[in-house]
Write a protein that binds this ligand. Structure first.
Ligand SMILES: Nc1ncnc2c1ncn2[C@@H]1O[C@H](COP(=O)(O)OP(=O)(O)OP(=O)(O)O)[C@@H](O)[C@H]1O
Ligand SMILES: [Mg+2]
Length: 256
């Protein structure tokens, strides 16, 4: 069996939005949440999406992740065009190819940490890759908490369960909407460290919405949204660099 060389994989596209628009409502109440957005999320790359409240970050993420419909343009996950799929196929694609980490951890209270981690695969009737699962559990440091229920875990530990659950099935791409928004800075840093390691060590693709320049500095690149459009992009960002860029946008907003 041959494996794809890393250099080759690094240039492959995990998800792509082309000329993507999303309009809510009609007439007077019409809101253009996404305005002709084109963006690639490459394999084994960690991307942060930033921008003011209401700029379209969640909408972009939801449309690319197949959680929301769009008005025009196209989205593909791997080689699959989302627009060509029926509802059932879309549900299947989300289940098989996409991992999610939300601010509210969405863990089932009656299940143990381990049961929560393997739940999506259990529902799909898929057997977890044992070796992979062990690696993920070690990476997020949950080995001695696997039998605990969510209420017996700290917020940071619960979020680590959510991270492990997203990684467990080796999805094509993982989306997080402010995955560290509810955590203190130390737990947040841990979760961000795991996400970065999953990209570096496991070749995972991660896209994360965040308001926090420090969180964004864990990413390989940051894209900035304003009024539903991509207005800037930074590579290998530092927290200070991101903060400066955000201040520049604010200043521009005040003078225009
Ligand atoms: N269901 C909806 N109906 C009408 N307008 C909506 C709907 N959902 C979002 N919007 C509008 O679309 C725009 C983009 O919303 P979105 O949730 O993507 O912003 P965001 O960048 O994620 O903001 P935040 O940082 O506050 O989470 C906003 O102006 C919002 O009011
Ligand atoms: Mg949002």
């Amino acid at each position: 069996m041959t494996t794809t060389p890393i250099a080759h994989r690094a240039t492959a596209v995990a998800a792509r939005a082309t000329d993507l628009s999303k309009v809510y409502g009609q007439g007077e109440t019409q809101v253009v949440a996404l305005n002709h957005v084109s963006v690639d999320f490459r394999q084994a790359e960690f991307t942060a999406i930033m921008g003011p409240s209401g700029s379209g970050k969640s909408t972009l993420m939801h449309c690319v992740a197949g959680l929301d419909s769009f008005s025009s343009g196209s989205v593909r996950i791997g080689e699959t065009e989302l627009g060509s799929l029926k509802d059932k196929q879309l549900t299947q694609l989300r289940r098989d190819k996409i991992g999610f980490i939300f601010q509210a951890f969405n863990l089932l209270p009656t299940l143990t940490a381990m049961e929560n981690i393997t739940l999506p695969m259990d529902i799909a009737g898929r057997k977890p890759d044992r070796e992979w699962l062990e690696r993920v559990i070690d990476m997020v440091g949950l080995r001695d908490r696997l039998g605990h229920r969510p209420t017996q875990l700290s917020g940071g530990q619960q979020q680590r369960v959510a991270v492990a659950r997203a990684l467990a099935s080796r999805p094509e791409i993982i989306f997080g909407d402010e995955p560290t928004g509810n955590l203190d800075s130390r737990s947040g840093a841990e979760v961000l460290g795991f996400l970065r390691n999953s990209v570096r060590e496991l070749g995972q693709t991660v896209v994360m919405v965040t308001h926090d320049p420090v969180a964004a500095s864990y990413a390989d690149r940051v894209i900035f949204l304003a009024d539903g459009a991509i207005v800037d992009e930074m590579h290998s960002p530092s927290a200070d660099g991101v903060l400066d860029r955000m201040k520049a946008f604010d200043a521009k907003g005040r003078t225009s």
